[in-house]
Write a protein that binds this ligand. Structure first.
Ligand code: SF4
Length: 234
C-alpha cells in the first residue's frame, strides 16, 4: 500500500505536507485536485512545492473535474424534477456543493486501497470525527497542530498566499475556490475592498445565472451596493 497525501495547498494541508517531509514519514505521492477555480496564490504555492517533491522522490499527481467548472456551473444541461432542462448547476456552495461532491469522489477513487494523509487540524474535532474511516490518516491531529499552528508553521517556512500584495489568510477565513458561495459577508466585503479582480469575476459569473449568490437572495450587485454604503449586515 502506498502513502498518499491529499493536498489543497491551503494552510493545513501544506503544513501537513511540509511536516511529513521534515519528519521523514512514509510518503509516496501527493495528490492535488485542481477545480480550475483556485486563487493564483494556490497555484504559486504548488509551483514552489513541486521541486521539493522532486528532491524527495515523491510523485505528484493532479486530478481535475471531468468538465471545466465553469461549464458545469453555467452550460451543462441539467434535468430538473419537473422534467425541464436548465443550463448548469449555478453557484457551488451551501446545500448545492456539486463541485465538492465530484472532488471528494475523485480523490477517494484515486486513493482507494492506499493510506491517505488528510490535513484536518487538531482543533476541528467534528470534521475529524466525520472523516475517520478507511485508511485515512490524520497526522495534524496526532501532532496536536491547530489551524493557527499550521498557518504559523507555513509562514515560518516562507510560504504566503499573496494576491496583489494582500495575504489571503489576513482577509479570508478559508482559501477555497474564489467563486465559492460559502464565503461569508466579511470575506465578501474583503473581496470587494482588496481583490477587485476576483470581485469583477464574480460579477461576470452573476451575469450568467439568475440565482443570487448569497442566501439565495442577494446578487453580487446587491452586495456591492451594500458594501458601497458600508453596511455589514444584510
Ligand atoms: S470550495 Fe466551494 S466552490 Fe469550491 S468545490 Fe467546495 S463548495 Fe464548491
Amino acid at each position: 500500500m502506498k502513502y498518499i497525501a491529499s493536498v489543497s495547498f491551503g494552510k493545513d494541508s501544506l503544513a501537513m505536507l511540509l511536516l511529513l517531509i521534515e519528519k521523514k514519514c512514509p510518503l509516496d505521492e501527493v495528490v492535488f485536485y485542481d477545480t480550475g477555480m483556485e486563487f493564483q496564490a494556490i497555484y504559486n504555492i504548488r509551483d514552489k512545492i513541486l521541486p521539493i517533491l522532486k528532491e524527495n522522490n515523491i510523485k505528484y499527481v493532479e486530478l481535475k473535474p471531468d468538465k471545466p467548472f465553469e461549464y458545469t456551473m453555467f452550460e451543462k444541461p441539467v434535468l430538473k424534477r419537473n422534467g425541464t432542462t436548465s443550463k448548469g448547476y449555478s453557484w457551488c456552495g451551501g446545500r448545492c456543493r456539486w463541485g465538492t461532491t465530484e472532488k471528494l469522489k475523485k480523490i477517494e477513487k484515486y486513493c482507494r486501497g492506499n493510506y491517505e494523509y488528510v490535513g484536518i487540524a487538531y482543533d476541528e474535532p467534528r470534521r475529524l470525527e466525520k472523516e475517520r474511516k478507511g485508511n485515512k490518516l490524520f497526522p495534524l491531529a496526532e501532532w496536536k497542530m491547530t489551524e493557527k499552528d499550521c498557518l504559523n508553521y507555513c509562514y515560518e517556512k516562507g510560504f504566503n498566499w499573496l494576491e496583489d500584495g494582500i495575504e489571503l489568510y489576513s482577509i479570508l477565513d478559508r482559501v477555497s475556490c474564489w467563486c465559492c458561495a460559502n464565503k461569508n459577508l466579511k470575506e465578501l466585503k474583503n473581496y470587494y475592498k482588496h481583490l477587485p479582480e476576483y470581485w469583477n469575476r464574480l460579477k461576470k459569473f452573476q451575469s450568467k445565472t439568475n440565482r443570487p449568490f448569497k442566501y439565495n437572495k442577494y446578487t453580487i450587485e446587491d452586495l456591492e451596493k451594500k458594501f458601497k454604503e458600508d453596511k455589514d449586515e444584510l
